[in-house]
Design a binder for this molecule. Structure first.
Ligand SMILES: [Zn+2]
Ligand SMILES: [Zn+2]
Length: 141
């Protein structure tokens, strides 16, 4: 009673028979990656996800998936997964925000600082000049 599906990884049509939503070829490739990662993590229990990724050649994202699935258990790696971006919830290797959110927050902080500076500058010619140059031409407020 297999159902035909498109593999989300390689887009090949395959007969889905329950379990992983992947074609047999991708499952096999994933199993091979998993075996390599698991062997490495067993030999190096304290390895970080970055070390495992660079040593095994398996993408960090894939290793995170193994961890999230609960298939890969490692003390060192589990603590890594406990780090999640406080903004979008994405697992991250360290810190509080993922790279994307760090950039977003940094630019919004910069904007807020610019606004504050412009406000604080008040009649300051330099602050006003900079502010006007940054806003859209013709859009007066
Ligand atoms: Zn596939
Ligand atoms: Zn994020």
């Amino acid at each position: 009673m297999a159902e035909l599906r498109n593999c989300p990884l390689c887009e090949r049509v395959f007969a889905f028979a329950g379990g992983r939503n992947l074609c047999p070829a991708c499952i096999e490739a994933e199993e091979a990656e998993f075996a390599v990662v698991r062997a490495y993590v067993r030999a190096h229990p304290g390895a970080t996800i970055i070390e495992v990724a660079s040593a095994t050649g398996v993408e960090e994202e894939r290793i995170l998936e193994f961890l999230k699935d609960g298939r890969l258990i490692s003390k060192g790696l589990a603590s890594v997964v406990l780090h999640r971006c406080e903004r979008c919830g994405q697992p991250i290797p360290a810190g509080r925000y993922c790279g994307e959110c760090t950039n977003l927050l940094a630019s919004s902080l910069r904007q807020a600082a610019d606004t504050l500076r412009a406000q604080a500058g008040g009649a300051g010619a330099l602050g006003r000049g900079m502010h006007i140059r940054e806003s859209q031409p013709g859009a007066r407020k």
